[in-house]
Design a protein around this ligand. Sequence first.
Ligand code: HEC
Ligand code: HEC
Length: 477
Amino acid sequence: MTRNRSWISLVAGLASIACIACNQASASSSREGVNPSLRGGESEPEGRRPRPNEDEIGPDEAAALGLFRQGKQIFRFDTFGDEDFWGGVLGLHKAIEGRAFGGVGDGVSPATALAVGLKVDVDALPEEVQEAIAEGKVDLNSPATTLALLKLNAVVGVTGFFNDNGSLRSMGIQCALCHSTVDNSFATGIGHRLDAWPNRDLNVGAIVSLAPNLQPVADLLSLGGTKVDVATVKQVLATWGPGKFDAEVFLDEKAVHLDAKGVNRAPTLIPPAFGMAGVNLHTWTGWGSVTHWNAFVANLEMHGKGTFFDPRLNNASQFPIATAAGFFDVRNTPDLITSKLAALHVYQLGLPAPTPPKGSFDRAKASAGQAVFNGKAKCAVCHVPPLFTEPGWNMHTPAEIAIDDFQANRAPDKRYRTPPLKGLFAHSKGGFFHDGRFATLLDVVNHYDSAGVGNGGKRLGLTDNEKANLVEYLKSL
Ligand code: HEC
Ligand code: HEC
C-alpha cells in the first residue's frame, strides 16, 4: 500500500515534470528553428561576406539540417493520425490500461511491455524517476506505471492520448516502434534511443493480438475471397515471433508458408533503416525507394491518413486484398502524411550505418576476409563496396541466389533486393536473409559456397579458413 501511495505521488510529480519538459522542448525547438547561418551572419559587419569556410554552415546546409531534424521528430513521434485505427478501431489502448482504468483485461505492465520487446527511452525519464526505478521503488508490474511512462512519452514508438481523468483515450504508433531500439544503458530494454536499428525483440504479433477488437482485421483479410475469422487472425499473429512482421499479408492474404521445420516463413525480419543513402531499391523484395515505402507503410500498414498511389497493387491475381480494398489509390482529407515525406526521407538518408564496436571482430582475419569477399567468393559482384549493393537495379531472381521464390512472388518485381551489408552487427539477432533462415553469418557463407552463387552454380570451394575470415570481414562492416 505504501508503495502504491508513493507511486501515485510519483505519478502526479511526473505529470507536472512532464509538462515542464514539454514546455522546454517546444522552447528549444523554436530556438532550433532559427536558421543558424542567419544567427551567425548577424554579427558580420555589413557588406562583408563571410569567407568560404569548410566548417561554416551555409543556408543550404542549414536547410538540409532543418529537414533532417524535422525528419527525426517525425520518425520518432508522428502517428500520422493512426490512433484512429490502433485506438479507435482496434481498441488496443483499452488492453494497455486494463479494467482498473476503464479498459479491458488486466492491462499491460512495464514488465509485460518489456517482455514483448517494447523499449523505454531513458532520456524521457526525469532523474527522480530514474532513481526510483533504480532503487526498485517503481512497480514494474502495474499498468499504472505503463500509463505514467506513456504520459512521459518514454515508450519508444508508442504514443498515448489521455483523458482528463488519466485514463487512455486512444493510442498510436510510430516508425520508431519497429525501427528503433535502445542501448540498454540503464537496464535491459531501457536506455538511449538507437534510431533506425531494427527492434529484433519486438513481438508485433503478440502486441496486435492484445487488441480487444480484431474483427476489422479479419474483415480486411476476408476481402481476399476466403472468409477469415478472429481466431485465425490470432493464430497467424502467434506465428510471427520477435523481430518480424508480415507487411504483405494485408495485400495478398498469403499468411502462412511453413518450412520443413514447421516455421512460418511468411513474415519477414524488420530490416535496419540506416545506411540507406546510395541504395536504389528498398525492402527485402525491392518494392521501391525509401520514400515509396515510407508512404506505403504510413498509409497501408500503420493506417495513418494520407495519400498513396501505386497502380501495381491494382492486380487481383497477385494482390486480391489490396485490389478489393482500393489500396492502389488512397486519398485522405486532411492528408497527414504527404507533407512529412521529404523530411522523413532526408532523415533516413542521413543516418549512416553504425560502426562495429571495438573488439567485436578480429582485424587480421577481417582483412584477409576482405580479399576473399572481393575475389574468390565473388560477393563483391553484387555487394559492391562501399555501398555493398549494386549501383543501379539491385534486384535478383530467387534462382540467382539459390533460394525459394515465396517472398519474392509477393512483390511486384518477383525478385530479392541485394541488401547493403554495413552495420550487420546491429541486426544479427533473428538471423539473416529476409526470413532469418540463416541463423549465423557462417550459415550464410556456407549457403553461397555450396550453391555456387555468382559462380554459375559451381561450388565456390572456400576453405574453412577462408570462410572464417569472410565472416570476420562481414562482422567488421
Ligand atoms: C510494424 C513494424 C513496422 C513499422 C511500424 C514500420 N516498419 Fe518499416 N519495415 C518493417 C518491415 C517488416 C520491413 C520489411 C518489409 C518487407 O521487406 O517486406 C520494413 C521495411 C522498411 C524499409 C526498407 C529498409 C530496407 O533495408 O530496404 C524502410 C526504409 C522502412 N521500413 C521505413 C519505415 C518508416 C519510415 C516507417 C514509419 C513511417 C516504418 N518503416 C514503419 C516494419 C515496420
Ligand atoms: C547474385 C548476387 C549476390 C551475390 C553474388 C552475393 N549476394 Fe549476398 N545477397 C544477395 C541478395 C539478393 C540477398 C537478399 C536475400 C534475401 O533477402 O533473402 C543477399 C543477402 C545477403 C546477406 C544477408 C543480409 C541481411 O541483412 O540479412 C549477407 C550477409 C550476404 N548476402 C553476404 C554475401 C556474401 C558473404 C557473399 C559472397 C559469399 C554474397 N552475399 C554474395 C545477393 C548476392
